[in-house]
Design a protein around this ligand. Structure first.
Ligand code: HEM
Length: 606
């Protein structure tokens, strides 16, 4: 079934228009106190009194275009859309609160921001009437746990699979259940501890190349003057090189240069984003791939990537050394010439697989693991630049743990504050901000916190958005949810009156380097949860920690413009519209730093 245009726009997790809207509209919210509404539910006051954000510790600024209340007036299109929803499907999804989405919202701001406003207004499980279809929006950890873990196989990826299939084929993300079960069993063991340890060397080597590049650029400027760089683009190149080497032992070399294959990778990513945000799936029309220039280009890009991957697969198969999984996991990864995941998959005894499937697996990981990691680094830096004291704290930790040396697998454990910064960036900017599911059979969702006692029954075919963004900023589960407070993850948190939620307790996952959905009982899930949880979570977290530590070890970073000038767009990830332009200087000592801070405050008139 092909998704309807409006549904397409609303449905993809990632589906959102480019936006010049405030990422943190709540910067202007002065009051988070829960209120009881007419239907007896708790809701939050959403008064938008302007407060000086600098008065609030840890608070983050971003592009802010408006201080107005969310618009409530609908236009003709909105009314027609809601009527259509009610006629076609509105009554089929149980008795949950209904948010009648203004279709016009789709054109003006990222969907996930509107979902947040409606969450505060209607509660943590509500029905969103949008166009000819209704969606259930979930922002509650208890309900999320049910969908992702307890009854996971009663759901598939719905419209997400439709969009990604032409790019990822039968890779893990869009794969049908049968293929997914078989491939997940084979791929998951590939991310074993010796592999991850060896990867830290790749992360460090690639980050070093990036640092060297910056140092060279700095040599060209006078004295303590900074260089200006789009760090988002730099992180993107870094993440691409890392994923190429780690997953299929291919050096894109994108930190230093551009090549046809790199262009093709970016072209493919951009097409995935285009498809997720375009209203009519015109690429499905016969002849579109030959007639429409951007579709022709997309086919050409796919051909370039596929032939590169095919070559790597052929090469790996020709040099196959078949062995058991246990033996594969014990190889001397630190000294192997090729310790990539592709090598592991090809060498695994009994896991013979056709080239097409392997190509889909690699393509999926290339796309899933590249932009996401670059986005984490981008937002971590963005957050730190607005919190110079936290930046100093991070740098002090780096000095104490690695000094002028390199990061290693062992040092990761001691870089606690950097790890917390990475997860806090993921809390505030989850990638992607929404997860998508479609029910395969009827189900009874739990009521969750403050929801309907008897839960909500849903029919087969119900489309669901799990808003990770809402979960991560839920005022019911987090103190000061919009503040940048990496330290929050160190505190155990149990809210006695939330039945069915076990609280936030690091002791539940002893030895874990990073907080996860187990520790938070599904109130923090940057990598999803349950059987379809991200397979590369540790890879990505370690990579981000190392890259961030190495950047801060050498440089002081400042935003080039005001934080409000950083415009937000969402595709597969939340990213910036025009790059994260920063000023980089060689690190200075504490005394020089203090003088610089005072000067800066003085200039701002604080
Ligand atoms: C910070 C970086 C990353 C973030 C935030 C992230 C996030 C996620 C999330 C939320 C999911 C679950 C999607 C769902 O339930 O619908 C997922 C799945 C997945 N991720 Fe990641 N990811 C990251 C990095 C990576 C890396 C580095 C790789 C590979 C090396 C990877 C490979 C995958 C795959 C294959 C799946 C599908 C798993 C399955 O369905 O079995 N991801 N990721």
């Amino acid at each position: 079934m092909s998704p309807c245009p409006v549904l397409m726009a609303a449905a993809f997790p990632i589906a959102n228009t480019s936006s010049v809207l405030p990422l943190h509209r709540n910067v202007f919210r002065s009051d988070f106190s829960p209120e009881i509404t007419s239907n007896g539910r708790h809701s939050l006051s959403t008064s938008y009194t302007h407060v000086n954000p600098r008065q609030r510790r840890g608070h983050i600024l971003c592009q802010s275009a408006s201080t107005e209340k969310p618009k409530s007036r609908r236009n003709l299109l909105d009314n027609a859309s809601n009527l259509l929803t009610n006629l076609l499907s509105g009554s089929s999804i149980g008795s949950m609160p209904v948010a009648e989405g203004a279709v016009s919202d789709l054109f003006s701001r990222p969907l996930f921001l509107s979902l947040y406003d409606w969450f505060l207004e209607h509660g943590a499980v509500y029905k969103l009437a949008f166009g000819p279809k209704a969606f259930v929006v979930v922002s509650d950890p208890i309900v999320t746990k049910h969908i992702l873990k307890e009854n996971a196989f009663a759901y598939d990826k719905g419209v997400l699979a439709d969009i990604l299939e032409p790019i990822m084929g039968k890779g893990l993300i869009p794969a049908d259940l049968g293929t997914w079960k078989q491939r997940r069993r084979v791929i998951a063991p590939g991310f074993h501890s010796l592999y991850l340890e060896a990867m830290t060397k790749i992360f460090t080597d690639c980050a070093e190349k990036t640092i060297l590049k910056f140092e060279k650029l700095l040599e060209g400027v006078h004295g303590l003057n900074p260089i200006e760089l789009d760090l988002e683009a730099e992180f993107s190149s870094l993440a691409l090189d890392i994923i190429g080497l780690g997953i299929f032992n291919y050096d894109f070399g994108s930190i230093q240069k551009e090549s046809p294959i790199i262009k093709a990778v970016y072209g493919t990513l951009s097409e995935a984003e285009h498809r997720s945000t375009f209203y009519i799936p015109y690429w499905k029309f016969p002849l579109a791939r030959w007639v429409v220039p951007r579709q022709r280009k997309f086919q050409e890009d796919l051909t370039v990537i596929n032939s590169c991957l095919d070559g790597l697969i052929k090469n790996a198969k020709e040099t196959r050394r078949e062995t058991d999984v246990e033996k594969l996991q014990q190889r001397d990864y630190l000294n192997l010439k090729d310790g990539s995941l592709l090598r592991f998959l090809v060498d695994m005894r009994g896991a013979d697989v056709d080239d097409r499937q392997l190509r889909d697996d690699l393509m999926t990981m290339l796309i899933a693991g590249h932009e996401t990691t670059a986005a984490v680094l981008t937002w971590a830096v963005f957050l730190l630049t607005q919190n110079p004291l936290k930046m100093r704290k991070a740098q002090s930790e780096i000095d104490a743990v690695i000094g002028q040396g390199s990061t290693t697998y062992e040092s990761l454990r001691r870089l606690e504050y950097i790890r917390l910064i990475v997860v806090e960036a993921l809390r505030l900017y989850p990638q992607p901000p929404l997860l998508i599911r479609r029910s395969l059979k009827s189900d009874l969702l739990p009521g969750g916190y403050m929801g309907q006692k008897d839960g909500y029954s849903i029919p087969p075919g119900t489309d669901i958005f799990i808003s990770v963004y809402n979960l991560h900023r839920s005022p019911y589960f987090w103190d000061h949810p919009d503040d940048f407070e990496p330290e929050r993850f160190l505190v155990q948190r149990k809210i006695e009156d939330i039945e069915g939620w076990a609280g936030f307790d690091p002791a539940r996952s002893p030895g874990a380097l990073y907080p996860n959905e187990v520790i938070s009982d599904f109130s923090f899930l940057p990598f999803g949860g349950g059987p379809r949880k991200c397979i590369g979570d540790q890879f990505a977290l370690m990579e981000s920690t190392i890259a961030l530590a190495m950047l801060l070890q050498k440089f002081d970073v400042e935003l080039k413009g005001p934080p409000e000038s950083v415009e937000l767009v969402t595709g597969a990830t939340i990213h910036t519209k025009n790059g994260l332009w920063c000023k980089l200087r060689k690190r200075i000592n504490d005394q020089q730093h203090l003088i610089r801070l005072i000067n800066r405050w003085y200039k701002r008139g604080c």
